[in-house]
Design a protein around this ligand. Structure first.
Ligand code: ATP
Length: 403
């Protein structure tokens, strides 16, 4: 009889030995009759970079855990349309196993921000959580404190005391992308699979060629924007490419997101709003009531619907270039900052801002957000929740560095 079940969700792009380490520690600490590994379709908080195919991620998970008893890789999230919200996944398993104790298994990064998850309180009514630290900086005490906080509602929250294995899928993609060895972070079978299927290899790119290839976007914005804003968009694209080069981001995406970031800014307000209302990214009530903020959301819908751009990174970068968001990805940060430091900008502190941008994205984002939040406070404007989440993230990122 199945009495206790672990649910372990993730992007697994690729699945690595950090995931395996987490699961081994969990299994050693808590008696589980079965564990479901659940690759996500579209991670809602993560602003996914072009994900590897569902089939590849699924197969790599099967290979990574094939030697562990009672583990099943589930395609539940992959076969459902739209974003993968854990709430629906947990609900599904709750209904499937009404009498079992469920545990959502996660690393400390997810655990410490669990409150931000969609319907986190409702999730806790259906499942417990088992969390493991994934980085040395996060102590067991910190996890235990969070566990106490979350268990207030009566759910079973377990912080497993284990030494972290510091590795991420992002790092592995970077290593393989630049032709370096990532074998110490991968199960041998997964490594073989990656090699055979030529995953994560990056073709050498000539951004100048990309610029020519995407010259059509220049024509589009030329038609849709005033001369001044057209020039601003070109400058932002240039600044974004420079930052992408500096911080190891995709230059082609930076160029496209930069050049198109304001594509809808001069559309009539009703047309912008109509696009905003069709967005499948979260748009809060404050944004729906603030016409100056429409163009970013509208732009993200426009590039998808009218220009056929489906890249989630580019869409996110355009969507969040005015308000920012929690867990903001690198490309979005780059476009956000490029918009502030482009050649045509001449506000009082622009030189300082350009310096910050050279010193590091975290610092530049914090300074930009401090200004943005203070400015809104000064004008007694309401502030979108995503801006505050973004601000909090960068306060935290910078304070960690200073310790
Ligand atoms: P990416 O770098 O693409 O963000 P990731 O390495 O964080 O990916 P995910 O697939 O997003 O991997 O992670 C799935 C789950 O595994 C999350 O709960 C995450 O906290 C946890 N996890 C990932 N890496 C580790 C690790 N090294 N140690 C412990 N837990 C981890």
């Amino acid at each position: 009889m199945i009495r206790s079940i672990g649910i372990f969700g993730g992007t697994f792009d690729p699945v690595h030995l950090g995931h395996r380490h987490l699961l081994d520690e969990v299994i050693a600490a808590v008696s589980l009759d079965k564990v479901f590994i659940i690759p996500a379709k579209i991670p809602p908080h993560k602003m996914a970079s072009g994900l590897t195919s569902e089939q590849d991620r699924f197969e790599m998970c099967e290979l990574a855990f094939s030697d562990v008893d009672n583990i099943e890789v589930s395609d539940f999230e992959l076969k459902n349309e739209g974003k993968s919200y854990s709430y629906y996944t947990v609900k599904h398993f709750r209904e499937l196993y009404p009498d079992a104790q469920l545990y959502f298994i996660m690393g400390s990064d997810q655990f410490l921000t669990f409150d931000k998850w969609y319907k986190s309180a409702e999730i806790l009514e259906m499942t417990g959580i088992i969390a493991v630290s994934r980085e040395d900086e996060i102590s067991h005490e910190e996890l235990e404190a969070k566990a106490r906080e979350l268990s207030g509602g009566g759910s079973s929250i377990i912080a497993v005391n284990a030494k972290p294995f510091e590795i991420s899928s992002t790092r592995i993609r970077e290593l393989i992308g630049s032709g370096e060895d990532a074998s110490m972070y991968l199960a041998p079978k997964v490594q073989e699979y990656i090699k055979e299927n030529n995953l994560y290899r990056q073709e050498a790119k000539d951004p100048m060629q990309d610029k020519k290839k995407y010259g059509k976007y220049k024509d589009i914005i030329k038609d849709m924007l005033s001369k001044k804003r057209y020039q601003h968009s070109l400058n932002v694209a240039d600044a974004a490419v420079k930052l992408a080069k500096l911080y190891g981001e995709d230059e082609e995406k930076a160029y496209i997101a930069g050049i198109l970031h304001d594509v809808c800014k001069e559309l009539p307000q009703e047309e912008q709003l109509a696009l905003v209302l069709r967005s499948d990214l979260d748009v809060c009530e404050i944004e729906k009531k603030a016409p100056p903020l429409y163009h970013a959301v509208a732009g993200s819908v426009y590039v998808k619907e009218k220009l056929g751009i489906n890249d989630p990174d580019i869409i996110c970068a355009i969507r969040y270039h005015t308000v920012g968001c929690g867990n903001m990805d690198k490309l979005s940060q780059i476009v956000y900052i490029a918009d502030l430091i482009s050649e045509d900008r001449d506000y009082k502190d622009v030189k300082k801002m350009r310096k910050y941008a050279e010193q590091g994205l975290d610092k530049a984002m914090l300074e930009a957000l401090k200004f943005s939040v203070a400015d809104s406070v000064g004008k007694e404007n309401t502030i979108p929740v995503s801006t505050l989440e973004c601000y909090n993230d960068f306060v935290k990122a910078n304070s960690k560095k200073e310790v």
